[in-house]
Design a protein around this ligand. Structure first.
Ligand SMILES: NC(=O)C1=CN([C@@H]2O[C@H](COP(=O)(O)OP(=O)(O)OC[C@H]3O[C@@H](n4cnc5c(N)ncnc54)[C@H](OP(=O)(O)O)[C@@H]3O)[C@@H](O)[C@H]2O)[C@@H](O)CC1
Ligand SMILES: Nc1ncnc2c1ncn2[C@@H]1O[C@H](COP(=O)(O)OP(=O)(O)O)[C@@H](O)[C@H]1O
Ligand SMILES: [K+]
Length: 549
């Protein structure tokens, strides 16, 4: 998958191509419409009665007269609607019976959309989009419903006619019950293409269009991978519309988000330890994971197992005296050392071979507050998770003062809101006009403030560095792993990242790789997963990736 674009970046690319004279807006719209029709027939070949995906041949009227396929195309007031008129024309040209509805005033359509509206009027009718439209669609014997209402220009809450109608339409029949397929152009109306968030949170009963397939152009938009969008896009198909040769300006590029994929491991994983073939255990790093007190050591043990499996040479659990016996009974390949208080930790960190630390899982707030200053002063690569984040809820600034560039913070939503309350509030706010503030924006802002890597967890995990680098590790669509929402899986993730840091991965790469392997391990196991299974799946995942690794 390539870079993920915001609506503004996509507009800038399109604008640059048009201004260079290489292509007109009208040509781009035609290619977009063709791309949608191609994607429909690639996805559902059974819908293609004319049998010519490229759309170049006129349909054979003999074959279609008795049983024509039927589509409803819902067009909106902007260029997304323009794409819809192209799709309507192309489908009709292939022998389909097409009904077109327009939401908005035809006189106010932007120029390219207007041209395609008028082209359509030469061959078909346009009806008004009303609040009763869903009844027509639901009663009709349609094969396809195309959502060309709002695309990247969607900027505010849906009104009742639009929102309610789409939602009733979408909610009325599940995929199995209905005959028609649902296709959204660029994004399902009701979602914001920058944030993936529903356009109106106030009307939770209005969810907008629920697509089987979303066809987007040139690049996937960042909002396809965040928040609510994955529940309504169905599947994302990206169609080339000839913008390939037009790179973003430097300024535009610096604000790109990139998806995390297997390259994070393949580039670095097999070699990222000193002495790949001849090294000893210390050349693969030594991680120290601090536990909580008696009865609370499970989380840190999970993290430690993750660190060991991901390839750290040695992993030691730092336990308070009260928990020593408990931990000693539970571990084998892991090691154990007493870390009663900050002074003891200071002594232990005198051993320079300890090159990665993990604080937080099950640690207890008080112990985390006591030990964090010494741990952070040692300037080792350090993961702060769970209690090591919550411990500073009352004074996040005190934590930020101690952090350094080799730290990785791994908050879930609750911990993020505690450490970055203003950023969390911006993210949670109902967007009233575009462009809206996304999880990508929030994580970037948090990383800049903290001065280190922030990995903001969720099905749409976002990872950002203080310099603006940002990536999205989305466990959605064909990579969905809902089983990861299980107690302790976050502890294992903290361990994976700590182990990779011990092996010498840079903090951003460790966070990206850890998050990616986490989802792969969950997918390798499947439903029924519990946190303990994650480290045990890792060898299988790594073997499949790089047998030499
Ligand atoms: N970029 C490219 O390279 C290419 C782009 N292409 C296509 O163009 C699409 C972008 O077109 P676009 O910019 O005209 O925006 P679009 O999504 O049609 O909406 C704007 C209209 O909706 C209105 N409106 C907004 N929110 C609303 C709401 N909640 N409820 C009601 N109305 C609302 C808004 O009104 P306004 O805010 O101006 O009052 C305005 O009238 C893109 O998604 C892709 O499909 C392809 O053709 C080729 C290549
Ligand atoms: N629906 C989901 N799909 C994929 N991953 C998820 C989902 N929900 C949670 N996760 C992942 O599971 C982990 C949960 O971590 P966390 O919230 O810290 O839980 P815990 O404290 O129980 O370990 C995170 O890595 C998060 O990204
Ligand atoms: K749309």
């Amino acid at each position: 998958m390539s870079d993920l674009l915001t609506a503004a970046q996509m507009r800038a690319i399109e604008q640059a191509a048009i201004e260079s004279g290489d292509v007109t807006g009208l040509e781009l719209m035609e290619r977009a419409g063709q791309g949608v029709v191609e994607a429909i027939f690639e996805e559902w070949p059974e819908l293609d009665e004319a049998g010519d995906v490229a759309g170049g041949q006129p349909p054979d009227p003999r074959g279609i007269s008795g049983n024509r396929k039927r589509a409803v195309v819902l067009c909106g007031p902007g260029n997304n609607g323009g794409d819809g008129f192209v799709v309507a024309r192309l489908l009709q040209g292939r022998g389909w019976e097409v009904e077109v509805f327009l939401y908005g005033d035809a006189e106010k359509l932007p120029p390219d959309a207007k041209v395609n509206y008028e082209r359509w009027l030469q061959i078909g009718a346009v009806a008004e989009y009303t609040s009763k439209l869903h009844m027509h669609v639901l009663k009709g014997d349609f094969d396809l419903v195309v959502d060309a209402l709002l695309g990247t220009g969607a900027s505010r809450a849906l009104d009742g006619v639009l929102g309610n109608t789409l939602t009733v339409l979408s909610a009325s029949m599940s995929g199995k019950e209905r005959k028609h397929k649902r296709v959204a152009i660029d994004n399902p109306t009701g979602t914001n293409s920058d944030t993936g968030v529903q356009l109106d949170f106030d009307h939770v009963e209005w969810t907008g269009f629920d697509a089987d397939l979303t066809v987007t152009f040139h690049r996937s938009k960042v909002g396809h991978w965040l928040d609510f969008a994955a529940d309504v896009c169905g599947k994302i198909i990206v169609k080339d519309i000839g913008l390939e040769a037009k790179p973003l300006t430097k300024a535009g590029k610096s604000s790109l988000a990139v998806p995390v994929d297997e390259r994070v491991w393949l580039l670095d994983g097999p070699t990222r330890s000193l002495g790949k073939h001849v090294g000893h255990k210390y050349s693969h790093g030594h991680a120290l994971i601090l536990t909580g007190g008696s009865g609370k050591t499970g989380a840190a043990r999970l993290a430690a197992r993750g660190a060991l499996r991901v390839g750290a040479g040695l992993v030691t659990l730092g336990v308070p005296p009260s928990a020593q016996q408990e931990v000693a009974c539970q571990i084998t390949a892991l090691m154990l050392t007493r870390v009663g208080d900050a002074t003891a930790l200071d002594v232990i960190l005198g051993d320079n071979r300890l090159n990665a630390l993990c604080l937080g899982p099950g640690m207890g707030l008080e112990r985390a507050r006591d030990l964090a200053p010494v741990a952070l002063a040692a300037k080792r690569a350090t993961v702060l998770d769970a209690d090591a984040l919550s411990a500073f809820a009352d004074d996040p600034e005190a934590l930020f003062q101690m952090l350094h560039e080799n730290c990785v913070l791994t908050p879930h939503g609750g911990e993020f809101a505690k450490l970055f309350p203003d950023v969390g509030a911006k993210l949670a706010a109902v967007p009233t006009k575009g462009p809206a503030y996304s999880k990508v924006d929030a994580t970037r802002e948090a990383a800049a403030r903290a001065g280190c890597i922030v990995l903001y967890k969720g099905a749409d995990t976002v990872i950002a560095a203080p310099d603006g680098r940002c990536s999205v590790n989305a466990a959605v669509y064909e990579r969905a792993a809902p089983w990861l929402a299980t107690a302790g899986s976050g502890d294992v993730l903290a361990g994976f990242i700590t182990g990779l840091l011990a092996r010498g991965f840079a903090p951003m790469a460790a966070a990206e790789t850890g998050a990616w392997l986490h989802v792969e391990s969950a997918r390798a196991f499947g439903p029924g997963l519990i946190a303990e299974d994650l480290p045990e799946m890792l060898p299988q995942v790594l073997r499949a990736l790089a047998p030499e690794g």
